[in-house]
Ligand binder design. Structure first.
Ligand code: PYC
Length: 332
């Protein structure tokens, strides 16, 4: 029987949901979060489906489990879940999970203001600011991010030829900049983005292979990032990140912003030390920065940071009972 009760602290990061699951964690096999993620996908994906899909979640639902650390020097570990799968890394998920976990006293940093976390994509450093019981800001130093494929091109039914770059920021992104068949985010409706994104992702995955140079379990383009002109003061650029089968990130997307900075660095449009304010489809902002340069299996990579905020919005005890025909969720 695949049943369970899961206590969750619900939050949102700049508008995108984060469900921090605080009870009902399955015990996972493996020595690293990457191995534990693979074990979770093999044996416990029903938990993700139950907690993320309708009727307990929705297309944009995203969440995380807090686990004990796996590596020396870490304070904890995160396993990310969302409608698209168990992700190697999630930026908005980290900002929301860390905010909720610190506010609830579930994460005990050794040094106030800083935590180190193991995630499937590696180890991240997280700085935060606290005011009373509230966490006001979270800044993540993300995993090395890099341009994987420059100038890819596919034919998208109903749209024609679309050019894109593929960059890694903890997940692989097809990044689509304005061009003849795509005039830019400000000219397209959300419905249009949702219509063309799955076709573009499928075509891009058929035409191009991408596998992380150090972890072959991280492979394939999982997200599509459409770019365009920002609407709000202080933003450098805007994006809409598509994931799962019908979601557009309401936040500017942490791994997406990291991938975008890696793309802009590779094209000579950003330099080390530059900051980059990224705006989401609802106008919320992350402040990105290229903190340093590094090398990953002989590939040039950047060390990006992303800063944002999250708010805790509720407590949710979720029941999953096999007697319910929709116990493990559905997608329409
Ligand atoms: O913030 O990294 C992110 C993210 C990935 C998918 C949705 N948000």
């Amino acid at each position: 029987m695949l049943t369970g009760t899961f206590f969750c602290v619900d939050a949102h990061t700049c508008g995108n949901p984060v469900r921090l699951v605080t009870s009902g964690h399955p015990p996972l096999m493996g020595n690293s979060m990457s191995e534990k993620r693979q074990d979770f996908i093999r044996r416990f994906d029903w938990i993700r489906q139950a907690l993320m899909f309708e009727p307990r979640g929705h297309a944009m639902m995203s969440g995380a489990f807090l686990y004990p650390p796996c590596s020396e020097g870490s304070d904890g570990a995160l396993l990310f879940i969302e409608t698209s799968g168990a992700l190697p890394m999630c930026g908005h998920g980290t900002i929301g999970a860390v905010t909720a976990a610190l506010e609830q006293g579930l994460l005990k940093p050794r040094v106030e203001g800083r935590v180190y976390l193991d995630v499937p994509a590696g180890q991240i450093e997280v700085e935060y600011e606290r005011q009373g019981h509230k966490i006001t800001h979270v800044k993540i130093q993300n995993v090395p991010s890099f341009m994987a494929i420059a100038d890819g091109v596919v034919n998208v039914p109903g749209l024609g030829e679309i050019r894109f770059d593929v960059a890694y920021g903890g997940n692989y992104y097809a990044i689509v900049d304005p061009q003849p068949n795509y005039p830019g985010l400000e000219h397209w409706s959300a419905a249009k983005l949702l219509h063309f994104s799955p076709m573009l992702r499928e075509a891009a995955n058929q035409a191009y292979q991408c596998t992380h140079p150090l972890d072959p379990s991280i492979q394939g383009i999982s997200h599509v990032q459409w770019t365009g002109r920002a609407r709000h003061k202080g933003s450098d650029s805007a994006n809409a990140v598509f994931y799962g089968s019908g979601a557009i990130d309401r936040s500017p997307c942490g791994t997406g912003t990291s991938a975008r900075m890696a793309q802009l660095y590779a094209k000579g449009k950003l330099r080390v030390g530059d900051s980059f304010v990224h705006e989401s489809i609802i106008g919320s902002q992350f402040v990105g920065r290229i903190e340093a340069l590094t090398n990953l299996a002989e590939k040039d990579a950047i060390v990006p940071s992303i800063q944002g905020w999250a708010r805790t919005i509720g407590y949710n005890q979720i029941l999953v009972d096999d007697g319910d025909p929709y116990a493990h969720g559905f997608e329409v």
